[in-house]
Design a binder for this molecule. Sequence first.
Ligand code: Z5A
Length: 218
Amino acid sequence: ATAGPAKRGAFILFEGVDRCGKTTQANLLVESLKQAGHDACFMRFPDRTTPIGHMINGFLRNTTDIDDRCVHLLFSANRWEAESKIRELLKAGTTVVCDRYAYSGVAFSASKPGLSVRWCKDPDRGLPAPDKILFLDISVEDAMKRGQFGEERYEKEEFQRTVRATFLALMEEDKASGVAWQLIDANREIGSIQDEIQKIGTSVVGEVEGKEIGSLWS
Ligand code: Z5A
């Protein structure tokens, strides 16, 4: 008898507007998966530690101006430079829990005048596709009540509202293609959100066994 497909890790994304609690919940999910005996790691985009990430950081912190299309391509390049690492981790059985990904890329860029969703999706086509997208949904008013809102370039009320609407439109668009979005009410106690996410995370890790790693938007 031949051996079955190797057990791979799941690719789980956290997406949402600024201050929705992605970083908090992504780290909690990694911890709970590890405690349950799974290999899991945290990853985030933008990864500000690489040379491309340094350019993005300067843009977000308003120390440098970069053309909108150009910075969109930098955010995408910042994911492509991690692509082989993500695939290797998943193939080795490690679940990758990722704080923002290409959906943020499209939601933020396509919320600017003149950049279409289609144009914004193109550079990220072919990246590893997620097994689950957890969209932490919160109104911009409630997100703004949390700390440090307003320090970086995109942390403006009107823009964040447009971004939330673009995220919801992307979710609708994906429904037809069966991409597994899950909308989570993020305006609750950290512990109650965590409980819901832990159940979802555990079931996704079980479901990916034997499933190929997908290819994003292609
Ligand atoms: N961007 C882009 O344009 N294109 C791309 O391709 C990508 C990103 C990938 C930086 O992202 C910017 O880059 C971002 C999108 C754009 N711009 N904006 N806006 P980032 O991920 O580095 O930064 P961020 O979105 O600003 O993340 P954040 O500030 O770290 O927020 P968060 O991860 O969603 O939340 P948090 O750190 O977990 O929590 C925020 C605060 O709220 C903190 O004080 C917590 O203790 C508190 N918190 C968390 N959960 C709760 C609950 N449930 N109740 C009350 N308080 C809470």
